[in-house]
Ligand binder design. Structure first.
Ligand SMILES: Nc1ncnc2c1ncn2[C@@H]1O[C@H](COP(=O)(O)OP(=O)(O)OP(=O)(O)O)[C@@H](O)[C@H]1O
Length: 877
């Protein structure tokens, strides 16, 4: 989004990964609703106009802006007089709002490409998103706000989806605004929305301690545990495994002499790996009705030269971007925006939405009279698009950079401002020179995400600020999914928008029809159908908790080691899990075990490159990781939902959802990181037996998934002799002998457990990861509680998937924190972790993911690697 600054802002866009791509230009904000089938359907008339007029805004801005515009200089690059102060005609401005992501996707790329441009490039830090704490979910107030003659009340947007989970964003996450040129960050409001204090949950405080409930209604699998680790009844084969492993190690001189780890292991007391394959709940048969998925044609045969664009722009598209024909969403959106209309655009992931608004935006701005010779500072797409139009200056506000330098940039003038909502609001409140008098475009990208993250309050502030200074503006609102909240946002931000939906079939109703009806988000969820890329194959695998870790490991080995040439993203529900599994998989799958099978050096040397990305990482490091994964042809990225939206990562072949997303919409965004722009891709959703019904939920949204069998995945271990159980006299392994597969899985599990139990620190680390998983689990929306209820989890089984041999004893209080308080608080509860702890934990997760970069209370993972090592005391708490 381009924000016109003192000197000049032409367009304003806010986006965060899930950002609101908002390009403010002239006058209005547009929103759409992709209803109906017809692509270009005039939207219902809106009352938003009144909103604009009604906006009151601190006059200070305008005045301040005017005053500030006296600054001089030219942008770093130097060229001319920047917009500065004097005399320079105000630049037109465009603003693009995106959800705060921390990832400067394209931005980072751009930054890298333009090293000489100070202050440019995606400042890593995510924007600050002042908490949306004040969110008002009352739809009635929303209506009032938009029609009234008063400024939009803060937080009157559509009720944020109550199901947003906190992680990931992963609840935190967002990959920052990266994938997209503009982004706005989400704010603290998120916390309130995402952490539905386990209402509706009747939990017994002690339940989590061991077994929360017997899976599938079977008799409790409770096993009595004594203090001794040898209490378990041991399955003969697994005892053997441990012993055999030990003896086989002894028989190999190399191992004894060269591997300290092995030595240490041998000296440890014998600890049995409990059975992985016993006492698991039955894997239910997946019942899913075959549904006809919504398909959208990505490409058209029409070329950009058919459009009335500046010849340099067409030439740039063809030669720099190397694109010749338009995608469907571009074909339908660009002409509408060129006509100066507002639009609400819904099109599937990876279909080219960025250029759908980027091209008309640049076309619009290149004609402006005040052409300031500023060095180009843009990222990726916008930077390339602007190549022939050097006078159009883009800028990014995303946090991660000192406010002072951002202010300096604003003072010099920016034509296209890309910002997260929180960061922009921060500047609106604290930067005197900022003004929106010349803002011609507002682009709100990833609108649904912005609302999910609870940024309605920030968006309201921005709308009021814009409307107070300029009534006319072209507005665009884009999203891959269209929720009730998005249509409400469209209603207040767009002016008589054209609704563009690429799906051949959609049942999304116009906002006008939703009023008074589908008020609950759950209803909305039930009704919305999502378009899935045609060449995306979706799989689901039901895996008992105990086997989750080894199955994931087997899957990674199969795809990334044996099949090779795969690039994989694995989604987790919390930052702590990402850190934990990153270290664990790195150490066990691609670390120190190689020397154990020199005879298989060709296989063992296959390089598994693990990366991780989450909101608790410093922005600078996130950017590095993003860039590394972007350029890599293979690799495994472990991440939270910070990478779920907006990121345009080429050549990703597999998306694994190790923890199920909180909504079908989030599912769509995650899988949308592959099969982009007509390419092939695959996705795998891992579910516990008790979660199998999620498949039906997906089917109700016309999302088809095929079943992948756990046994087949585990059989991949037959290809990796590191996990072979050496039995004297055993014949050469052949095929996929189920017994041997189980043995190998147990050997692998033992390796994981050995690593986790190698020190107190790693055990703590594992418990912490487990704890964060439970915390996240409590935040599934109420309408999904029948599928994801913490009472369905078996803590002992779950512990194994974190490499723990026993269920942690001290999670009761924590788990209670996430549940509804039922009985009277126990005496010392307040001193335990309890509710506040749970909420705090979740809050941290969320905040960290969507931080605008301004908050200070979140503990970030330090860049120094040793600080992240398991066992290190500085593990974030
Ligand atoms: N007309 C086109 N022809 C070929 N490639 C294109 C075209 N338009 C865009 N692309 C490429 O397609 C990829 C995806 O585009 P983009 O990121 O804009 O998708 P999106 O619809 O915004 O996805 P999401 O909803 O997941 O954010 C980008 O790499 C972009 O360069």
């Amino acid at each position: 989004m381009t924000i016109s600054c003192p000197p000049l802002c032409t367009s304003l866009s806010c986006s965060s990964t899930a950002m609101l791509r908002a390009v403010l230009t002239d006058t209005r904000w547009s929103s759409d609703q992709a209803s109906g089938s017809s692509p270009l359907t005039p939207c219902c008339s809106r009352t938003a106009g009144s909103l604009r007029t009604a906006v009151s805004r601190n006059p200070a801005l305008g005045a301040a802006a005017a005053a500030s515009s006296t600054s001089e200089s030219s942008p770093s690059g130097g060229s001319s007089s920047a917009a500065g102060s004097e005399g320079l005609p105000p630049r037109s401005a465009a603003a693009i709002l995106q959800p705060p992501l921390g990832l400067p996707g394209a931005c980072a790329a751009a930054a890298a490409e333009a090293p000489g441009r100070p202050g440019w490039g995606c400042p890593a830090a995510a924007c600050t998103a002042p908490g949306a704490a004040g969110t008002d979910r009352d739809p009635g107030r929303l209506r009032q706000g938009r029609s009234g003659a008063v400024p939009l009340p803060l937080g009157t947007f559509p009720p944020p989806s109550p199901h947003r989970r906190g992680h990931g964003p992963a609840p935190g996450t967002v990959p920052g605004p990266c994938g997209r040129s503009w982004a706005m960050a989400a704010g603290g409001t998120l916390l309130l929305n995402l952490s539905p204090a386990p209402r509706g949950r009747s939990r017994q405080s002690g339940a989590l301690k061991r077994k929360l409930q017997s899976p599938n209604g079977n008799p409790p699998l409770k096993r009595k545990r004594k203090p001794s680790i040898n209490t378990f009844k041991k399955p003969a084969t697994e005892v053997d495994i441990r012993q055999k492993e030990s003896s086989s190690q002894k028989s190999t001189p190399k191992k004894q002499l060269t591997d300290n780890q092995n030595e240490n292991q041998k000296s440890k007391p014998f600890i049995k790996t409990s059975s992985l394959f016993r006492n698991n709940p039955d894997i239910p048969k997946i019942h899913r009705k075959a549904v006809q998925q919504v398909q959208e044609n990505v490409f058209t045969t029409d070329s950009f030269s058919q459009l009335d664009l500046h010849p340099h722009l067409i030439s740039t598209i063809n030669t720099v971007l190397k694109i010749s024909s338009m995608t469907s969403v571009q074909k339908q959106t660009i002409p509408v925006l060129l006509q100066g209309k507002d639009a609400l655009v819904r099109s599937q992931t990876g279909s080219g939405k960025t250029l759908a608004y980027g091209i008309p935006l640049v076309q619009s701005l290149q004609g402006m009279e005040s052409k300031i010779q500023l060095a180009l500072q843009s990222f990726d797409t916008m930077q390339k698009l602007l190549k022939p139009f050097a006078w159009i200056v883009p800028g990014v506000l995303m946090g991660g950079e000192k406010r002072k330098s951002e202010k300096a940039r604003l003072r010099k003038g920016i034509n296209i401002l890309i910002s997260t909502p929180g960061r922009l609001v921060d500047h609106i409140k604290s930067t005197e020179c900022i003004h929106f008098r010349c803002t011609q475009w507002l682009i709100i990208d990833e609108a649904d995400r912005i609302l999910d993250l609870g940024f309605e309050k920030d968006v309201t502030v921005i709308l009021n600020a814009l409307n107070a200074e300029r009534q006319t503006r072209q507005n665009v609102l884009l999203s891959a999914t269209l929720t009730e909240g998005v249509t409400r946002l469209a209603d207040i931000s767009l002016n008589d928008p054209v609704s563009i939906s690429i799906a051949d079939e959609t049942q999304i109703r116009p906002a006008s029809q939703m009023d008074g009806q589908a008020s609950s988000s759950s209803n909305c969820m039930e009704q919305e159908n999502f378009a899935v890329p045609e060449k995306l194959k979706q799989y689901v695998m039901v895996v008992p908790s105990k086997l989750r870790l080894v199955t994931l490991a087997a899957f990674i080995l199969e795809k990334c080691k044996f099949e090779k040439h795969h690039k994989m993203i694995i989604f987790f529900s919390s930052c702590e899990q990402v850190e934990f599994y990153y270290e664990l998989l790195l150490k066990v799958l691609s670390g120190g075990l190689e020397s154990e099978q020199p005879e298989h050096s060709s296989l063992s040397s296959a390089h598994l490159q693990f990366l991780r990305l989450h909101g608790n990482m410093e922005q600078e490091e996130r950017t590095e990781v993003f860039q590394e994964f972007l350029k890599s042809k293979t690799g495994i990225l472990l991440c939270t939902d910070v990478a779920a939206r907006g990121l345009d990562l080429p050549q990703v072949t597999w998306i694994v959802q190790y923890n199920a997303p909180a909504s079908p919409a989030e599912y769509i965004h995650r899988i949308g990181r592959t099969a982009r722009i007509g390419c092939h891709g695959n996705s795998l959703l891992v579910l516990a037996p008790s979660e199998a019904e999620y498949v039906s939920l997906l089917a109700s949204h016309k999302i088809n998934v095929s079943e992948m069998k756990m046994e087949k995945v585990l059989s991949s271990l037959m290809k990796d002799n590191r996990f072979k159980l050496h039995r004297p006299g055993r014949k050469q392994s052949c095929g996929t002998d189920p017994q041997e597969v189980r043995e190998r899985a147990t050997v692998l599990q033992t390796r994981f457990e050995d690593h986790v139990h190698s020190s107190e620190g790693t055990v703590r680390w594992a418990k912490k990861a487990l704890q964060s998983f439970l915390c996240a689990y409590t935040t599934y929306p109420r309408n999904l509680k029948h599928i994801f209820h913490i009472k369905s989890l078996h803590l002992g089984h779950l512990a194994k998937s974190f490499g723990l041999r026993d269920a942690p004893q001290n999670l009761t209080a924590f788990s209670a924190a996430g549940s509804k308080k039922k009985a009277k608080p126990r005496p010392k509860r307040s001193d335990l972790l309890k509710k506040t702890r749970g909420k705090h934990c979740l809050a941290e997760i969320l905040r960290s993911e969507y931080s605008s970069g301004m908050d200070t209370g979140v503990s970030k993972v330090k860049k120094k690697k040793n600080q992240r090592k398991p066992g290190n005391q500085q593990i974030p708490t």
